[in-house]
Structures are given as structure tokens and as C-alpha cells.
Design a protein around this ligand. Structure first.
Ligand SMILES: [Zn+2]
Length: 238
């Protein structure tokens, strides 16, 4: 298997993870930069749960279709402009996970309330504009909101994560949704009083940065990939 074949496999698995883990259903997508280029691999315009390695498109950061057959997802600008803005980014995930959407719509920022959520201790900025990212300009706007960070919450819409590779971006997206779901449950248990949450301090969060690195991240990816392989389409939907 060539490096490109292996990357294609990873992108297809990443997309299926988003659907099987309940982060997306008909919509959402994961992509990977082809290393050393301004192009990236992205699925055609259908559910991420149906992504196939052999059917991925190659698109460039100007939004041009370089190779592959079929229509790209309409929000491909999220990926194109994130890769254009950040040379260090090799993987981008965009999904519509329900707990994250809930947090945005009650005006609660993401807070670190469990170990894996600590990777977002620098905060997750909000892209407050409602609607889809279907233009280059809106892609640029979202990339500016993410800035040099790891992710953005998108009000009433979902999330975007940006990391060095597609595996990490996918694991991080799963962590962020798990964190948001726990935060909502804690808020509910606390009668909606956010001041009762025992949010991790920056000092407490710091040693947990390894939750998205090395063997921990590999273990998480292996698990999510196995879930995606073992379960049928739709099994992760809430
Ligand atoms: Zn979207």
C-alpha cells in the first residue's frame, strides 16, 4: 500500500467514524491534506457514513477539483481555506454533533469538565454566524475564528477541528462531543447553574495534553475505527 493509499483509507475511516459515533448523520466530512501540497482528500457529496477510499476527491485550497469523479460536499470551503490559512494543519473535521450544537444555543462556552476535554483548555472560540459555509469568504472567516487554535464551535450548526493529521482531528472531534455531552448533563444536574461546575484549571489541564498525543491518541483512533468497522450505518445515531 502506498502512502497515498494509506491516507485514503484513513480519510474514509475518519468519515465513517463521524457517522458511527453519532457526530453526523447525512452531513459532515473529514479531510486530509496530501502532504507537502496545497491539495486535500475529501469525500463526495453524501453522508460521511458512506465514504469510500477509492471515491475520494482531490481538491485544492482555491476550491478547484483536481481529480476524482463526483460533486464535492457543498461546505468544502471549510477545508480548503483552513489548509490555506494553516500550513501546520494536515487534517480537518467538520461535523454536526448534537451536544456541541446544544451548548452553542444556550450560550454556554465549552468548559473543561473531564480528562479528554482538557485538550481544549485554551478555549474553543465560537463562529456565531448561522448558516452553511458555502463560499470562500465564509471559509476564510471560519479559519480566522479557529486562528492558531484546535477547533471552533459553530452556532446552531456544529464544530470544526484542525490538527496535524486526520486521525488526530477525528479523535479530537469525538472528545469535544463527549465533553459537551458531559457538560450538558452536569449543567442539568446542577439545575442549570454553570457556577457549580468544577471546571479544570489551566494547571490541572496541562498534564492532560497527552490525551491527544502518542499512544493515547492511537488507542482512541483504533477504538473508534473498530466501532466504525463493526457497526452498521445508522447505529451511532441518537
Ligand atoms: Zn455543516
Amino acid at each position: 500500500m502506498t502512502d497515498t493509499d494509506a491516507l485514503r483509507q484513513d480519510v474514509a475511516i475518519a468519515n465513517r467514524i463521524l457517522e458511527r459515533m453519532g457526530l453526523s448523520h447525512a452531513f459532515g466530512h473529514a479531510s486530509a491534506r496530501i502532504p507537502g501540497t496545497n491539495t486535500f482528500l475529501m469525500p463526495t457529496r453524501r453522508s460521511p457514513g458512506l465514504a469510500e477510499a477509492g471515491e475520494l476527491l482531490v481538491i485544492d485550497t482555491e476550491g478547484r477539483l483536481v481529480s476524482g469523479e463526483g460533486e464535492p460536499n457543498s461546505e468544502f470551503w471549510i477545508h480548503a481555506r483552513m489548509y490555506a490559512a494553516r500550513e501546520d494543519v494536515g487534517g480537518v473535521v467538520h461535523a454536526h454533533p448534537p451536544a456541541c450544537v446544544c451548548l452553542t444555543q444556550i450560550g454556554e462556552p465549552h468548559r473543561v469538565v473531564h480528562n479528554q476535554g482538557a485538550i481544549f483548555s485554551a478555549g474553543v472560540p465560537e463562529y456565531a454566524r448561522v448558516g452553511l459555509i458555502r463560499t470562500r469568504e465564509l471559509g476564510d472567516l471560519l479559519a480566522r475564528v479557529v486562528g492558531s487554535g484546535k477547533a471552533a464551535m459553530m452556532r446552531g450548526h456544529g464544530i470544526t477541528t484542525a490538527f496535524s493529521d486526520v486521525r488526530t482531528a477525528t479523535v479530537a472531534a469525538c472528545y469535544l462531543e463527549e465533553s459537551a455531552a458531559l457538560q450538558l448533563r452536569m449543567l442539568s444536574a446542577a439545575g442549570g447553574d454553570a457556577t457549580r461546575l468544577r471546571v479544570f484549571s489551566a494547571e490541572e489541564a496541562l498534564p492532560l495534553a497527552d490525551q491527544i498525543a502518542g499512544s493515547v491518541a492511537r488507542r482512541a483512533w483504533d477504538y473508534f475505527a473498530a466501532v466504525a468497522a463493526a457497526n452498521p450505518l445508522g447505529s451511532g445515531q441518537k
